[in-house]
Design a protein around this ligand. Structure first.
Ligand SMILES: *Cc1c(COP(=O)(O)O)cnc(C)c1O
Length: 464
């Protein structure tokens, strides 16, 4: 399998190169040359597999330049850090299925990809005798999940930018209490979009990027998207079997479009006759909902909410979907992205919107609705939703049409105790992973939202 850029200006590259490249060198995003279609025989065989076994099969279709035994080891070690024997259990709660993706070390779905990516980086660096400085922006969960993926590893340092004071206290603590010397938490005086713009700006300086061996972990990394494709297929098996149906829908609380894009790839692999549609759920930051419902992809202001990992306006994975919407035409993608950076908006023809709506249905859910959803779900099922998951469940219930609805639970409620307390008047149970967090020493560096200041810091600290 070879990989191309959405903007068409890199030569096709093998999987291993995509991992360390992150963003494509022409500024686009990396995609596989083809999306494999699953055959009935594969599906029959795969149904019986454990989560790591299934991951090996699914990822194996896209990775042909790592020996299978090695890949197997990277995958099995990644999921041995999960505390649930099924890794990503699917449970029926009231009228919906909940796909629990929060049993990894930082209690959010990003562990599913980043525990694997940490292993992959370590393996590739050892093989090449190379060093890597990981640079990423986070609105919360990515940072801690990335840090836990690579902390203490040789030949890697990690620099995580996050908006100072705008991630939940638990999330900030998870990042800043990691004692390993290769971890740098940079609290930026600005929004998440500022952090992301700085990271993009640094990666755009190719000379700097090369000199300091910079690599990405944020959701633009193809390997991350790929690792996430697995749980859609996994959950499809569990639910279609339990319900005795062929078709299901998924509801996905969405920020950067990474998770739901993995769902889109899974849907292309399984077919529309199995994953009928994906429900794209947003909070008040609704650019993607406006896109799906009205063909209006236009930049608004970031509104801070109780689901901060979705407080995003520029969805960095959106370009990947555009590539397919535009009939795999990189020239059109390039044109559109240039227009978007010029005007802050893209609009779409009726016919295109109709096609988008065959893939997605979308709802924007307000904070009041999110809190009410947590309260109602708790009352009716005894199950506590985190605010991100609640946004997805609200949208999932809105678009129920008789098909089984699988709602992705993207974080453990104990990561967002303030919102949960506000909704139901009690704290969620605190899992072991969070015990004693407040007592640990903290390490963070506060920096202004200025590209040059962050660059100077990197130049001083990076491995070279
Ligand atoms: C990152 C995150 C999301 C959004 O995922 P995207 O891939 O950015 O769409 C939703 N919920 C939680 C808890 C997250 O950490």
């Amino acid at each position: 399998m070879r990989y191309i850029s959405t903007r068409g200006d890199i030569r096709p590259i093998p999987f291993k190169e995509t991992v360390l490249m992150g963003l494509a060198e022409d500024g686009g995003l990396i995609l596989p040359e083809v999306i494999p279609q699953l055959k009935e025989a594969d599906l029959e065989r795969w149904r019986e597999l454990s989560y790591p076994e299934l991951a090996l099969e699914v990822m194996g279709l896209f990775i042909d330049d790592i020996p299978r035994e090695v890949l197997r080891d990277l995958i099995f070690r990644a999921y041995s850090s999960f505390t649930h024997p099924e890794i990503c259990p699917v449970v029926k709660k009231g009228p919906v299925w909940i796909l629990e993706l929060f049993h990894g070390p930082t209690l959010a779905f990003k562990d599913v990809a980043l525990q694997f990516l940490g292993n992959l980086f370590e393996y590739l660096l050892l093989e090449k005798g190379a060093k890597l400085n990981i640079l990423g922006a986070t609105s919360g969960d990515t940072g801690s999940a990335a840090i836990y993926g690579v902390k203490g590893r040789k030949n890697i340092k990690i620099f995580i930018l996050f908006p100072h004071g705008r991630v939940s206290p638990v999330q900030a603590l998870q990042m800043t209490t990691v004692p390993d010397e290769n971890v740098f938490c940079l609290a930026i005086e600005g929004t998440f979009d500022d952090c992301q713009a700085i990271v993009k700006g640094i990666f755009g300086d190719l000379e700097f990027k090369r000199r300091y061996h910079l690599g990405a972990v944020n959701s633009i990394n193809w390997a991350r998207v790929l690792a996430q494709v697995v749980y859609y297929i996994w959950a499809y098996f569990r639910v279609s079997e339990a319900e005795g149906t062929l078709k299901v829908r998924f509801s996905v609380p969405t920020g950067n479009f990474g998770d739901i894009f993995a769902g889109y790839i899974a849907r292309r692999m399984l077919g529309r006759e199995r994953i009928e549609r994906l429900i794209l759920a947003t909070n008040e930051n609704d650019i993607l909902t406006r896109f799906v419902n009205k063909g209006d992809y236009s930049l608004g202001r970031v509104t801070p909410t109780i689901s901060p990992s979705m407080d995003i306006q520029i969805a960095s994975n959106f370009e990947r979907y555009l590539y397919y919407l535009y009939g795999e035409d990189p020239a059109r993608v390039k044109e559109a992205m240039a227009e978007f950076s010029r005007t802050g908006r893209l609009s779409f023809a009726k016919e295109e919107i109709a096609r988008v709506q065959e893939d997605f249905l979308s709802l924007s859910v307000s904070q009041e609705e999110t809190l009410a959803m947590i309260a109602r779900f708790y009352r009716e099922t005894g199950y506590i939703l985190d605010p991100h998951t609640a946004v997805g469940v609200k949208a999932g219930l809105h678009f129920r049409n008789g098909l089984p609805m699988i709602c992705l639970a993207t974080a453990h409620p104990a990561k967002f105790p303030e919102a949960v307390r506000q909704a139901i008047g009690r704290d969620p149970e605190r899992p072991k992973a969070l015990e004693g967090l407040e007592e640990k020493p903290r390490r963070e560096i506060i920096l202004p939202a200025e590209l040059e200041k962050v660059k100077a810091f990197l130049a001083e600290k990076a491995l070279i």
